[in-house]
Design a protein around this ligand. Structure first.
Ligand code: MN
Length: 391
């Protein structure tokens, strides 16, 4: 696998499945894992062994595929969860424990000293079992900054390979993210992974900020699936790293829409039409000004070439179309050449349709509008003739 500098760890199968109401079948999990790896995603978080029975069976089945990727199981920083991970035959484990005083006191009912001691005890125990260990600093974004450094130091001293900085509640902005990750980067030699949530719509932005500050590992989920507002979306992070920072993650972006559809179907979470990169409508153009500019020279109105994600521009008629676009659409879709006057009259028809139907007219509807216009013209043309023969 080429070292691209930044490693994606996709958590669609763990945090993604934690989305309220989402539950993948065994077949769906296997299909999603295979699809992610086929696209070149190098690390997958595949499930939670401590959930027991069926989840453990699926984890075993995923490990048995021997996919060319690093498969990681998730657990609490707890002996029982490490034992469950071992029973699944996993070799890479992510162990999570709160880092914020709020969660340490009000969720665990413990104190900072307990957390540091637990890291030492459990990371060593996991290492003794042969595990490759990542430690998760849950709620790191609300943790005391000095304690977070001690947390990271302890993880490193006890033998962890990686520290995950979890913005569990999605409360960071890119500036605070950059400062927090830069501070950790200066203090420890661990691999740093950013795990961002999207409660304020900033998960992708915060993930990029973490990369700029020195995180070399990023956590993503397809379609931005995940707890509440979800995680940083795989498709957004991959495309933004490429276009804004010239970083190639090794992911085959042309197949992102197929992956998105697979996950949307399995999760029962349809993708919004305006969802970045994979939304149905993000390369569709209607307004006269944009269509005209696009037809003259695509980069006029293109942030990136849709062919990069295996897609193309789509021009549709609607309320904001001009007569020019109507003539072009009739020519393109139906091979009908309109006069300027016909195009003007059909434009009014198209606009009325758009307001009523809330969608662009389909080819069959365009044909009907044209036929109706044609009949009107015939009636007008015929009327004087009839008048002539009647007397
Ligand atoms: Mn999470």
């Amino acid at each position: 696998m080429a070292d691209t500098g930044i490693t994606i760890q996709d958590t669609t199968l763990r945090d993604g499945e934690q989305t309220a109401g989402v539950a993948f079948t065994r077949e769906e999990k296997l299909a999603i894992a295979c699809a992610l790896v086929a696209l070149g995603v190098p690390e997958l978080e595949i499930g939670i062994p401590a959930m027991g029975g069926e989840e453990q069976e699926v984890i075993r089945a995923l490990l048995a595929l021997r996919l060319p990727a690093r498969l990681v199981v998730w657990g609490r920083l707890h002996g029982d969860d490490i034992a469950a991970a071992a029973r699944c035959g996993a070799t890479c484990v992510h162990l999570s424990i709160p880092a914020s005083d709020l969660q340490i006191e009000r969720k665990l009912g413990r104190d900072r000293a307990f957390v540091l001691a637990a890291i030492d005890r459990q990371v060593r125990a996991a290492r003794d079992r042969g595990f490759d260990v990542s430690v998760g600093a849950e709620d790191a974004s609300r943790a005391d900054a000095d304690f977070l450094l001690r947390f990271a130091d302890q993880a490193q001293a006890s033998g962890a390979r990686r520290l995950r900085y979890a913005d569990t509640l999605g409360v960071l902005d890119p500036f605070t993210t950059h400062a927090a990750i830069a501070r950790l980067r200066r203090s420890v030699d661990l691999e740093l992974e950013m795990h961002a949530h999207n409660d304020l719509g900033l998960a992708t932005a915060n993930t990029l900020a973490a990369v700029l500050a020195g995180a070399r590992h990023v956590s993503t989920a397809v379609n931005g699936l995940g707890e509440r507002a979800g995680n940083a979306a795989l498709e957004e992070v991959v495309m933004a790293l490429r276009h804004l920072h010239g970083i190639d993650t090794g992911v085959d972006t042309r197949r992102l829409p197929d992956l998105s559809r697979l996950v949307a179907a399995a999760s029962g979470r349809p993708v919004a039409a305006n969802k970045s990169v994979v939304g149905e409508g993000v390369f569709t153009h209607e307004s006269g000004i944009h269509v005209d500019g696009l037809l003259k020279h695509a980069p006029n109105y293109q942030s990136f070439d849709p062919a990069e994600v295996g897609r193309g521009h789509r021009l549709v008629l609607g309320k904001h179309s001009g007569a020019h676009a109507v003539r072009a659409a009739y020519q393109r879709e139906l091979g009908i050449t309109l006069t300027k006057n016909q195009a003007e009259r059909l434009l009014a028809r198209v606009r009325a349709h758009a307001q009523l139907a809330k969608r662009p007219p389909e080819a069959e509807e365009l044909r009907r509008f044209h036929a109706e216009l044609h009949h009107t013209e015939l009636r007008h043309a015929a009327a004087p003739g009839i008048a002539e023969v009647q007397p």
